[in-house]
Design a binder for this molecule. Structure first.
Ligand code: TYM
Length: 334
């Protein structure tokens, strides 16, 4: 008799920094939902990562809960996947410290996100901002994840996670699974609607640059109508057309149509019509999520039951890996 093939393990996480954007949704969340049937999926709200920038305590607490509820509303199913809050599972911070000691200053200095964020928060370039990638490596390696579904902006951090795992395994023998990035072909890099040379980011001060998953339909329409384009007025992918390329990418990710199909559909039509159509497609995609979010967020007991149950299981799994790594390093057993 054939033994069934063991399901591969997937790990990914998202920071609860207020606004969860269309970029997060198309680049990551939507793929997580699709992977749940075929993989052993583990997802987290990465609240420990979020304190690398200053958080207002009351808002922070609410944002963590909102992120948990919103991911459930997007379709993360706790019957199929483990879905917990990072700070509820203490092994993450513990392994992160150990991995810090196997990560080089030079490697962390090369992280483009560190360089960008330290420019943006010049008054708070803290050590956590610098060592953030080794916490991310700990998140992944604790669960022996085979694959990590992320947007393109996280690729460099994942390469570092692989290097850390390989280095540790090279010194002590096989301890961690070396994870592969899983970056989808559509939606992996959703750009700002106001400056399409930059990624869509919730930390952008210009609120017209991003669309939030929870933005109201008329806000979404307004933001797309204001999107920066070019003067050519032809809906097709091309050089120097970053704004239109981005809108075609969003349309393609939401509707499943190819860019050629979209170009054919909008032949002879202006950018105004196209922007309205993209906004309408996005509004329809987000509508059921927004409705489900309202249900989840008004049921705090249900949310607590789900994140507590998941954290307990996550602790058991991750403790095994932490114990193994500590034993290999030579710590004295308790
Ligand atoms: P975060 O919270 O910035 O983003 C969550 C996910 O959304 C993707 N993403 C995008 N994809 C396409 N276009 C965009 N404009 C866009 N903006 C964001 C990100 O690539 C990510 O997949 N450090 C991580 C969170 C994290 C993590 C982990 C991820 C903590 N531990 C372990 C994977 C594995 C972060 O800040 O993502």
């Amino acid at each position: 008799m054939d033994t069934p093939e063991k399901k591969k393990v997937i790990f990914s996480a998202i920071q609860p920094s207020g606004t969860i954007t269309l970029g997060n949704y198309l680049g990551a969340l939507r793929n997580w939902v699709k992977l749940q049937d075929d993989y052993h999926c583990i997802f987290a709200v990465a609240d420990l990562h979020a304190v690398t920038v200053r958080q207002e305590p009351k808002n922070f607490r609410q944002n963590i809960l909102n992120a948990y509820a919103l991911l459930l509303a997007c379709g993360i199913d706790t019957e199929k996947s483990l879905f917990f809050i990072q700070s509820h599972v203490h092994t993450h911070a513990e392994l992160a410290w150990l991995l810090d000691c196997y990560t080089q200053f030079g490697e962390l200095s090369r992280m483009t996100q560190f360089k960008d964020k330290s420019l943006k928060h010049a008054d708070n370039v803290n050590a956590g901002l610098f060592t953030y990638p080794s916490l991310m490596a700990a998140d992944i390696l604790l669960y022996q994840a085979d694959m990590v579904p992320v947007g393109a902006d996280q690729k460099q951090h994942l390469e570092l996670s692989r290097n850390i795992a390989e280095r540790f395994n090279g010194i002590y023998g096989n301890t961690f699974t070396v994870p592969d990035p899983y970056i989808s072909t559509v939606g992996a890099r959703v750009m700002s609607l106001q400056d399409p040379s930059k990624k869509m980011s919730k930390s952008d001060e210009n609120v017209n640059a991003w669309v939030a998953v929870l933005d109201k339909p008329d806000t979404i329409m307004k933001k797309f109508k204001r999107a920066v384009t070019d003067s050519e007025a032809v809906v097709c992918v091309g050089e120097g057309k970053d704004g239109i390329n981005n809108l075609i990418g969003i349309m393609s990710a939401v509707t499943g149509k190819t860019s050629d199909e979209i170009t054919a559909e909008f032949e002879g039509k202006g950018y105004g019509d196209f922007k309205t159509a993209v906004a309408e497609a996005v509004i329809e995609e987000l509508r059921p999520i927004q409705e489900r979010f309202e249900d989840y967020i008004s049921n705090k007991d249900y949310l607590a039951e789900q994140y507590r149950k998941s954290a307990e299981i996550a602790l058991k799994i991750s403790q095994r890996t932490l114990d193994k790594a500590m034993k290999k390093i030579g710590f004295l057993a308790k």
